[in-house]
Design a protein around this ligand. Sequence first.
Ligand code: ME8
Length: 524
Amino acid sequence: MRKIYKNLAKGDFNLSNESFYVTTPIYYVNDVPHIGHGYSTIIADTLARYKRLTDHNVLFLTGTDEHGQKVEKAARERGLSPQEHADLMVGPWKELWAKLEVSYDDFIRTTQERHVKAVQHIFQKLYEQGDIYKSFYEGWYCIHEETFYPESQLVEGCCPECGREVEWLKEESYFFKTSKYQNQLLEHIKKNPSFIQPDFRRNEVISFIEGGVQDISVSRTTFKWGIPVPFDSDHVIYVWFDALINYLSGCGFLIDEEKYRKFWPADVHVIGKDIIRFHAVIWPIMLMALGIELPKKILATGFWTLGGEKISKSKGIVIDPNRLIEEFGADAVRYFLLREISIGLDGEFTYEALVRRLNDDLANDLGNLVHRTVAMMIKYFNGEIPEAGELGQLEVSLKNEALELLQVVSESMERVDIREALVQIWRVVGRANKYIDEASPWVLAREGKIDHLKTVMRTLLETIRIIGILITPVMPDTARKIWEQLGQTNFASVTFKDARKWDGLVTGAVVKKAQPLFPRIELG
Ligand code: ME8
């Protein structure tokens, strides 16, 4: 990743054969997905697709978190065993990811044997080396968050995260010596500024650690739905200790040495800000204790809110992604979520904002550019792509902007600034639309200046080709449709490298008239 960035800085875009490993949180199966879950997954998917298009060997892992008291309770309420419940609930997640064009390479479930084995192995190892010890736990526990909270953190006696009632638990428990590694972790975070992103989250984590990290309870005895502690069958392993290990068990740990070597350490864990302490404190400490390299980046997103409140199924504040996809299409939803807010910040979800983006950016700007160009091609050249003659000043200017886009977009993507990448692409979309008006192909046609008309149309088509390539990570389906409308056939083998050359279209290929990419939506 870094290598490519250096090359880019020199203006020399080099493809690499490096591996890239990106993960999403694994989602609880106590409920069905909402748009907030979709958000982290779409970010990870966009990064995975971008890396594949720059010739990386990608492992994109998502999955489900199936143990714990919360899942056990949800199963009981439905009269099912926790396993039956999990088996049923995993369906809606996989279906949503298919509808959202999420191209995961592997889907891990924490009830799978490969995972259970890894978790027990790690628990045993840490116990044997003295980093896990037995004691008693007393404290306030929120089942919903599956987290213990010190009294000082409670808000009016309730869970500081979700506001639910907490219960006082006293039980025998195994503890993980988190405190032992806090200084080592602090040093790592300070030495590696990009380890926790965005920066303001990094600073929060630093102050949290400086405040002192307590050893955490990593086993429970009051319920059964969890991975048994290998040497003490009265205890099940704490669901977060279990869940975090998915990032290892999902990349071959213990079972596929070659894969594990190839992909670990992970390049990016995409997570929401609510689970940053688990990922930026507990998880790295678990890895340090095991002597395993830390992930390169923890990327914490903000929340999508509705009426100022976090979108959350359990709070009854939900946007059903399935309905949005049916109404607007997966690509429009993906574009909206990634374009509307910068990663890390919260965003208020409104139907109006979504429709505005769809109408302005997608229907008017991109959709019209493609539609007008294809229509003129059919009208003037029966759709057959002509050779360009000598480029005039306007053409050279558009060509240069289009060719520079690869570098600009790649730099933004390397910084995981997907929004900026889109802003830059749309700058050229706007430029191309303006060029149509400036070059006025209809005047050239009327005046019989056919050679120049050919040059104008080819310039537009090449610009659209480049835009089509660069939007692929965010809007894979639209990119494919653009490719087809351009009469090109090799979409599956296109990579970002193809955006650095001009004249990439097959001359003589015939563009295809199609439905507008994005129909305008009238606000009711
Ligand atoms: O926490 N806006 O799972 P979970 C943006 N199983 N993102 C949101 C969101 C919102 N309104 N609501 C949820 C868990 N998310 C654990 C994770 S990982 C080893 C274990 C996203 O089903 C966000 O990424 O509660 C958040 O961190 C994740 O969903 C939590 O999903």
